[in-house]
Design a protein around this ligand. Structure first.
Ligand code: B12
Length: 289
């Protein structure tokens, strides 16, 4: 059972609106605690998520509610069940951060990473969920500790997946990935490195905050087919530009992250890290065949 705050997180619908959908349209009938607080079950969350999706898609609220009350399965089918489930799940990590819910967090991560297509797990769930976590923190719904709690678990899980994948063929093309000095937002570039490794490419992952001379020495030593960096925030830009300038004469440099467009010189990878890694793997493999 979920409190009104949790139901709001899960569905992306403000608490006030949840209450008004209940009172105006009898969309859900939450149980009450002894203290008279609302409690929503999974079916209620599903109905509210479908309602949100229909309203977002331009339906009048009374019409959307009537459809759902008549036949929630038919209303869901109009949207495509997947769309609704994914929309609800993107709020899951932020919801776990709100009350340090360890079992739910572990379950969400295990379930997501059990999906067969790692690239779409990263692009359609993991990274949007991190952005949502940041928004929840900015709105004061999640504390710094809550954000760290979830980010650390995400980092552990990604690192575990990376570590348990085969390291890639000897003598094949190698990609070196990591972040420039001072830059610590690792999740995007680590997710990229993990998808790339899952596609059979040898990846040397250097982590965050690597000084320039360490980048230069490593690239000289490993002579990789490409270096992948990211520019996650505006503050990272001077160090990223410096690294790009030093490395470009030595090897192709590819750049991801929210601020990539502000760096001239490297190839920009776009904002779907999983898809970009899969495309790079195809490119590097086709060079060989
Ligand atoms: C978790 C987090 C942290 C963690 C990071 C831990 C870790 N191991 O990664 C910690 C606590 C360390 C942290 C610290 C800070 N953070 Co912070 N953090 C976040 C948070 C909540 C999530 C980051 C994340 O993983 N996002 C998911 C990513 C990857 O999303 P994205 O960057 O938008 O990238 C998109 C694409 O570009 C693509 N992508 C990303 N990387 C890559 C890489 C490749 C190769 C490709 C192809 C694509 C790709 O994926 C995303 C999906 O579309 C964000 C909120 C947010 N909106 O992202 C804030 C956020 C990034 N942080 C912010 C800030 C300000 C900070 C600090 C300065 C706070 C402080 N005062 O100390 C420090 C700076 C640390 C540093 N020196 O780098 C701001 C940045 C604002 C800006 N200037 O742009 C944000 C946006 C929060 C906010 N709304 O204010 N942070």
């Amino acid at each position: 059972m979920y409190t009104v705050g949790r139901a709001s997180q899960l569905t992306g619908v403000p608490r006030q609106t949840l209450r008004s959908w209940e009172q105006r349209y009898a969309l859900v009938a939450p149980q009450r605690t002894q203290g008279n607080y609302r409690l929503y079950d999974d079916e209620a969350v599903r109905r509210l998520s479908v309602m949100r999706e229909l309203v977002d898609a331009g339906w009048a609220p009374h019409e959307a509610a009537r459809r759902i009350v008549d036949d929630v399965a038919a209303a869901t089918a109009r949207l495509g069940d997947d769309e609704v489930t994914v929309a609800a799940r993107i709020d899951d990590l932020a919801a776990c951060a709100e009350d340090f819910d360890v079992p739910r967090l572990e379950h969400a991560l295990a379930e997501a990473f059990a999906q067969p297509d790692l690239a779409s797990v990263v692009d359609d769930w993991l990274l949007p969920s991190m952005v949502r976590l940041g928004a929840a923190w900015q709105r004061g719904l999640v504390t710094v500790a809550g954000e760290h709690f979830v980010t650390a678990a995400v980092h552990r899980r990604l690192a575990h997946v990376f570590q348990t994948l085969p390291a890639g063929p000897r003598g094949g093309p190698r990609v070196v990935a990591g972040l420039a000095r001072g830059s610590r937002h690792e999740i995007g570039v680590l997710a990229f490195a993990t998808v790339l490794r899952s596609r059979g490419i040898a990846v040397t992952y250097l982590g965050g905050d690597l000084p320039l001379d360490a980048w230069v020495d490593t690239v000289r030593l490993l002579a990789p087919a490409a270096v992948v960096l990211a520019a996650p925030t505006a503050d990272d830009l001077p160090a990223v530009r410096e690294a790009v300038q030093a490395l470009l004469p030595m090897t192709p440099v590819l750049l991801g992250g929210a601020h990539q467009a502000e760096v001239a010189g490297p190839r920009h990878l776009g904002h779907r890290a999983g898809a970009a890694a899969a495309a790079l793997a195809d490119e590097l493999t086709s060079v060989l065949s």
